[in-house]
Design a binder for this molecule. Structure first.
Ligand code: IYR
Length: 224
């Protein structure tokens, strides 16, 4: 490797194989309980919980370490109402006009429709933006590399972090999402990536009766 400013890998930890199995098994079992939730409680959640989850998200790998994401955390009723109104307007178009039959058929097991009351009920809406470009303090633009892959990874970390905290989330993608730039005052260089709804599930929350693929269905091995 060429010469570059470096420090020792001092925070890496290796575990004996048995401990590796136990830790990983616990991690998988915990993640396997995660479900996308569409019925939220309005119970408040301290802001520092979301801050730590965001810091966990920001540890994700990114193209050239440019961290090409921005998170807007919305907790105010006024802004939530604006987001709900704009999202439901787009969703009405989607469900009644834009969506091809096959897409609506794929969504049928989820029971979704244009009504999105959770956008006002849940304590936090986290709007995730992908930055196509970054901006230096002097205003010059910096191109970002693999911003979609990077932002997807950071969002995955965020969902896992909130789940670990015992909170439910929904990855909501009203389409198109340009209204988020307008309502949240984000620049054109940022593309809305998704809206993450976060909070406690409602006491009587129900979820679709759907299953995950088995290992053999979603992974294959080549040992030669
Ligand atoms: N954005 C719509 C439709 C929708 C699309 C997919 I792909 C989903 O996994 C779920 C819903 C909505 O939020 O209802």
């Amino acid at each position: 490797m060429s010469d570059f400013p470096s420090v020792p890998l001092s925070r890496y930890r290796e575990y004996p194989i048995d401990e590796m199995r136990a830790r990983l098994g616990d991690f998988y079992a915990d993640l396997d309980r995660r479900r996308s939730v569409r019925e939220f409680s309005d119970r408040p959640i301290p802001r520092d919980i979301v801050e730590t989850a965001l810091k966990a998200a920001n540890t994700a790998p990114s193209g050239a370490n440019l961290q090409p994401w921005h998170f807007v955390v919305v907790s105010g009723p006024e802004t939530k109402r604006k987001i709900r109104e704009a999202a439901e307007a787009e969703e009405r178009e989607f469900y009644t006009r834009r969506a091809p039959e096959a897409w609506l058929a794929a969504l049928e097991p989820l029971g979704t429709d244009e009504r999105k009351p959770f956008l006002e009920t849940a304590p936090y809406l986290i709007a995730v933006f992908l930055q196509k470009f970054g901006e230096l303090p002097d205003g010059r633009k910096v191109k970002h590399y693999y911003p979609a892959e990077s932002t997807g990874l950071a969002t995955g970390f965020l969902i896992a972090a909130l789940h670990r905290a015992g909170l439910a989330t929904l990855t909501h993608t009203p389409s198109p999402m340009g209204f988020l730039n307008r309502i949240l005052g984000r620049p054109k260089s940022e593309r809305p990536f998704l809206l993450l709804v976060a909070g406690y599930p409602a006491d009587d929350a129900r979820v679709p009766d759907i299953a995950r693929k088995t290992l053999g269905e979603f992974a294959s091995w080549i040992d030669t």
